[in-house]
Design a protein around this ligand. Structure first.
Ligand code: S3P
Length: 184
């Protein structure tokens, strides 16, 4: 299956872009955070509080495994921490093509400074938490990504346009792969 996976830090716009892209290219989408919340019957925030982060990370891996059996190509918006586990990156390769929505710590901070739901940003110094996490994660997102789109100083419609172009390119490649297989 060749799903389109949107990856990147919290607040980089993965869910919003998945929703908009889905409308634009007529392809359904799944937000993995929502998938996990629905299955567990509780919010991620309360899952972190009652069962801990490790439990949540297990649910992320289980979610990717479950998505392997999806029969039609979809747009998948992944949680910001999902690519951190090596086993998840292997699953991501199997699931399809990843697009990294890359943002600077400042952009993320401006977007999330009033956030009340993301457990990793509820400490006394969210700015520092963003800088520290992003410093570790950026290289991993880059490594996991097939395409990188920088979102700093761009309007939402510009980012959507770039993602759409990449999605159409991915689709073209898939069609020509299929034709090659069929000997056309
Ligand atoms: C997390 C990102 C969140 C959510 C959880 C942990 C992370 O998703 O999965 O709070 O570790 O970066 P978003 O990236 O959609 O905010």
């Amino acid at each position: 299956m060749n799903h389109i996976l949107l990856i990147g830090f919290m607040g980089s716009g993965k869910s919003t872009m998945a929703y908009r892209l889905s409308y634009r290219i007529k392809c359904s989408f799944i937000d993995t955070d929502k998938f996990i919340e629905k299955k567990a019957g509780c919010s991620i925030k309360s899952m972190f509080a009652t069962r801990g982060e490790d439990y949540f990370r297990e649910q992320e891996t289980a979610c990717l495994e479950a998505l392997l059996s999806e029969k039609t190509s979809k747009i998948l918006a992944l949680g910001g921490g999902t690519p951190m586990r090596a086993e998840n990156r292997i699953l991501m390769r199997k699931l399809g093509t990843s697009i990294y929505l890359k943002a600077s710590p400042e952009t993320i901070y401006q977007r999330l400074k009033h956030d009340k739901v993301r457990p990793l940003l509820q400490g006394p110094n969210p700015k520092q938490a963003i800088e520290e996490l992003l410093a570790i994660r950026d290289a991993i997102y880059e490594e996991a990504a097939d395409y990188v789109i920088s979102i700093d100083d761009k309007e939402m419609y510009e980012v959507l346009q770039e993602i759409t172009e990449v999605a159409l390119e991915i689709d073209k490649k898939e069609v020509s792969k299929k034709h090659k297989k069929e000997g056309r």
